[in-house]
Ligand binder design. Structure first.
Ligand code: PLP
Length: 225
């Protein structure tokens, strides 16, 4: 399928050179959509500890094969009819953006006897057709989620708007970090602002400069999709 990746070592080399440039305290989540179990396993063997998946149906066989070898982050949009399985399979859900979704995840977490860490996804570009809560509505959403017993807000996640020139993302990352600090300063019970997930293959260095503690990287690890 992707013959250039069949040569063992390309992904390992990518992971090693990437991790060498990542500061301590920043976690790399390998964004693994469309990648095979073998590719993901090579990334784990080379030092990746956290894997992000966007689609439940792709994640099921991967987690089945490699489940205990990494932490699993759901980074796609959670469809309501899949919420039950997303809660069952993933360690962290990064894309909570509404009270309705939070309430549904909380109910499934309760049935599983779990407390699930989540990030609130912020639509930092305020784009109409994008997921994520509008920045001005984020505090209210975090407060509502803080009253649910079985999910715990651990931070924020953002994609930022699509741009040809990735340096244009800096103000969106900066605004999300300021929101992160604002929420932290409110000291809301049951809310911890520990994780700020932003930055991808072309923008992770800017995101880290702007305060990201977690970056989600696909292409730079696995090659073009
Ligand atoms: C695919 C994806 C990434 C990584 O994108 P790359 O540009 O391949 O690094 C990060 N976050 C999310 C939510 C993604 O879907």
């Amino acid at each position: 399928m992707r013959p250039h990746n069949k040569v063992m070592g390309v992904i390992s080399d990518n992971v090693r050179s990437l991790l060498a440039g990542i500061p301590a305290g920043v976690t790399v989540v390998a964004a693994a959509k469309s990648r095979t179990v073998a590719e993901i396993e090579e990334a784990i063997d080379a030092g990746i500890t956290d894997i992000g998946e966007n689609y439940l149906q792709e994640a099921v066989p991967v987690i089945g094969a490699l489940g205990d070898r990494a932490r699993w982050h759901f980074i796609g949009h959670v469809q309501k009819n899949k919420a039950k399985h997303v809660v069952r399979l993933f360690d962290t859900i990064q894309t909570v953006d509404s009270v309705e979704l939070a309430t549904l995840l909380d109910a499934h977490a309760s049935k599983n006897g779990r407390t699930v860490p989540v990030l609130v996804e912020v639509n930092s570009g305020r784009e109409e057709n994008k997921h994520g809560v509008m920045p001005e509505d984020a505090v209210a959403l975090v407060r509502r989620i803080s009253t649910l017993d079985n999910i715990r807000v651990k931070g924020l996640m953002t994609m930022g708007p699509f741009m040809e020139d990735f340096s244009g993302l800096r103000p969106y990352f900066r605004e999300t970090r300021m929101l992160f600090e604002e929420i932290a300063s409110l000291g809301i019970a049951n809310v911890a602002m520990e994780v700020l997930s932003m930055g991808m293959s072309d923008s992770y260095d800017i995101a880290i400069e702007e305060g990201a503690t977690m970056v989600r990287i696909g292409t730079r690890i696995f090659g073009p999709r």
